[in-house]
Design a protein around this ligand. Sequence first.
Ligand code: ATP
Ligand code: MG
Length: 268
Amino acid sequence: MMNRIEDEDDHVPKDHPRYQSLKYRHKIIEGMKNLIVAEAGLIAHGRGECFDYILGEQSNDIARNAMKAAVALMLISEKPVISVNGNTAVLVPEELVELSNELSAPLEINLFYRKEGRVEAITSVLKKAGAKQILGTDESKMVEIQELSSNRRIVDPEGIKIADVVFVPLEDGDRTEALKKLGRKVIAVDLNPISRTAIWADITIVDNIIRVLPEMIKIAKKLKGMNKTELKKIVDEFNNQKNIKDTLDLIKHYIETQKEVAFNILNK
Ligand code: ATP
Ligand code: MG
């Protein structure tokens, strides 16, 4: 029997303007049915889509510059960790594994909504994608970080607990703030440039995770040849305040342009 994602995709021609968006929407829905994605993950995805729309659903140089700084920071850090939740696991499993290998940064499953069977479901997705080592899976070994609220205070003693840099795609603001207060450097991927996560992070990549990971893998392959001094220079030259400001200007500009396009049609 054909699986439902392909089944649904059959109804959407590849040249449909919303093809990509619909394809990932189905992945998220299937992920929810398979326990990988939390119900609230669907809503978070929708919020992301909305911000992606006003970025023109494409990567830009500002985001790419933030990705470069992020890769450089992870390459010079002692213990970088990549935090994985249901949405990222279902959207970009192979890419998570590849980036983890390129940067020697372990994957840690870290969930906001810890439903019975979800860690196992995500583990299986990551293993299928080629992951060898996954942190955050052994309940008996997990420790609590008091400063963190929600279930995400339960972390792996070999991962986020001792990490110096944490890469957190699609993170919640409370947790980003708590990780910062704990002294971690935080790299966020968040399509909303004014979310609390985006504001609190040290490096905010305002772009869709489905485009970010393949791009970061490419950047990692390039930057791996550089020495620490060169990498540190990239990190030092990055300014997150400017990054967020430029992204907001870009959105303003895009909306102005789309306003003209819309009114050209409306006035016909
Ligand atoms: P915050 O808690 O940081 O203030 P929030 O409460 O508005 O943010 P959450 O639901 O906590 O939002 O976090 C989900 C975030 O992930 C949203 O800001 C959303 O824009 C973003 N997001 C969702 N899907 C993607 C995606 N595919 N790529 C990048 N970002 C995404
Ligand atoms: Mg939130």
